[in-house]
Design a protein around this ligand. Structure first.
Ligand code: FAD
Ligand code: AMP
Length: 478
């Protein structure tokens, strides 16, 4: 007799482990299957996010930013130091320790909530049975009333730049570079490329980002994207837009990359090359041929708005389904699905998933961009506030960027908050909270904000929507 569960989750990333915890909290007998082996050769929970994604990249971004500040701007505060040095091995080891703490924490949370963890590869069979192949190759079959597929994603490979994890790295390899490469190439000016490129640029690499598209950060608001391009370029990132990589040749410890741009065929030589051209869903050996679960035309598991697949009782969440490949999107889908399985009427607001790029300054937004709203024919009132006019930003010597609040001109409802600047991720979240409750720009403007805070920039931008900003000249006169 196979073991029977109310819910089996395949994958313990931020989608899967959160779904498993929520299901167990709701009284459902829950199992979670994970196959990933961490650096120490043991099963590590937490998925891409904790092991090779969000957290390790932020650890390196924070370390490298501290180095950069010590090197470049402590003197502004009157602080002088001896020579500022970076021990890359220590930086990487600190990152590894954070990963270890967090993945261990997930294991403890699953245990505390009574989730049974199976170490191995999970595969959905017909009739909501799940085959688990243990690390020793032994197979067992489990049964469930509900299955949640949360197998996540992995980096896209491109034939012109095959990853060898020595000279040509994917995002995982790029989190483990052991010394600062003098010349670093990055293919792809997406979130991951810009974040990882920034880490090594701050530590002294000469970084060139090669991006096929002509437009920089096409998903962002154009005004913010333009500012981001200016700021990142000033920081030393050489961003080559409209440049498509066509080939590469590794020669010893360096690689020559061929690409074409408006001027024709080009090539550049680097000591390391990071390929960051996107991620693709993981469905390899996940579904038996008779599982009944359909994929969409792009290879994602096909789901409806509630993450239900084509098989009743089988759900899929996170990077393996349509939508933004973001940890917080995966987790909220996990909660929604667990709650729906438990009979609750849970849903999720896909219109208000914040996006963040953790460069410095950070770039973040929630809701729609000015150009997207204009394309829909919505009449807009827009307020902006530059951090250069923020007392808190000046005190912190961190005045680059702006807050932009976009509201419907007829109803004053806030439709988008876009920020480039210090703590942009946190400021945008404030906008998201307001927008979830249908805030108007006037509502935000009437609220009392602590002084001096960076949040005041959001307040002032909201006031500026209707021409009422106090600490900047209003474009719109009222
Ligand atoms: P994953 O985290 O990919 O987890 C899936 C898990 O399932 C994996 O552990 C895998 O081993 C396991 N698995 C797969 N198939 C099977 C199987 N058949 N049997 C058993 N186990 C299986 N997102 C953000 O929101 N913010 C960020 O700052 C951010 N930074 C990132 C930085 C980098 C460098 C990268 C690469 C990604 C980043 N992301 C970020 C994206 C984020 O990591 C993903 O969106 C998120 O991890 C998706 O969660 P998931 O649970 O769907 O899948
Ligand atoms: P993202 O999907 O946000 O991680 O971004 C990946 C980026 O890589 C996209 O902006 C793509 O346009 C870019 N890209 C994909 N293939 C190539 C290529 N061959 N050369 C240069 N850029 C590429």
């Amino acid at each position: 007799m196979s073991q029977k569960f109310d819910v089996i989750v395949i994958g313990a990333g931020p989608g899967g482990y959160v779904a498993a915890i929520r299901a167990a909290q709701l009284g459902l007998k829950t199992a979670c299957i994970e196959k990933y082996q961490g650096k120490e050769g043991k099963t590590a929970l937490g998925g891409t996010c904790l092991n090779v994604g969000c957290i390790p990249s932020k650890a390196l971004l924070d370390s490298s930013y501290k180095f950069h500040e010590a090197h470049e701007s402590f003197n502004v505060h009157g602080i002088s130091t001896g020579e500022v040095k970076m021990d890359v091995a220590t930086m990487i080891a600190r990152k590894d320790q954070i990963v270890k703490n967090l993945t261990g924490g997930v294991a403890a949370l699953l245990k505390a909530n009574g989730v049974t963890v199976f170490e191995g590869h999970g595969k959905l069979l017909a009739g909501k049975q799940v085959e688990v192949t243990g690390l020793d190759g032994d197979k067992q079959t489990l049964a469930a009333d509900n299955v949640i597929l949360a197998s996540g994603s992995k980096p896209v490979d491109i034939p012109p730049a095959p990853v060898d994890q020595q000279v040509i790295l994917d995002s995982t390899g790029a989190l483990d570079i052991q010394s600062v490469p003098a010349r670093l190439g990055v293919i792809g000016a997406g979130v991951i490329g810009l974040e990882l490129g920034s880490v090594w640029a701050r530590l002294g690499s000469d970084v060139t980002v090669i991006e096929a598209m002509d437009k920089f950060l096409p998903a962002a608001d154009e005004q913010i994207a333009k500012e981001a391009f200016k700021v990142l370029t000033k920081q030393g990132l050489k961003i080559r837009l409209g440049a498509r990589v066509t080939g590469s040749k590794v020669d010893g410890n360096q690689v020559t990359v061929n690409f074409t741009d408006a001027d024709g065929e080009q090539n550049l030589t680097f000591d390391k090359l990071i390929v960051a051209v996107g991620r693709r869903p993981v469905t390899t050996d996940l579904l038996a041929t008779d599982s009944g679960v359909d994929l969409d035309e792009r290879g994602f598991i096909f789901v409806d708005d509630y993450c239900a697949t084509s098989v009743p009782g089988v759900f899929a969440i996170g990077d393996v389904v349509r939508g933004a490949m973001l940890a917080h999107k995966a987790s909220e889908e996990g909660v929604m699905v667990a709650e729906r399985i438990a009979g609750h009427k849970a849903q999720m607001n896909y219109d208000l998933i914040p996006s963040v790029i953790y460069t410095h300054p950070e770039i973040a937004w929630v809701g729609k961009s000015e150009q997207a709203l204009k394309a829909e024919g919505v009449e807009l009132n827009i307020g902006t506030f530059p951090f250069a006019a923020s007392g808190r930003a000046m005190a912190a010597n961190d005045t680059t960027g702006l807050v932009k609040v976009i509201a419907d001109a007829k109803t004053d409802r806030v439709l988008g908050v876009h920020v480039i600047g210090p703590s942009a991720a946190e400021l945008v979240q404030q906008g998201a909270i307001g927008m979830e409750f249908g805030t108007s720009a006037e509502d935000l403007g009437m609220m009392v904000f602590s002084h001096p805070t960076l949040s005041e920039a959001l307040h002032e931008a909201a006031l500026a929507v209707n021409g009422h900003a106090i600490h900047v000249a209003n474009r719109k006169k009222r």
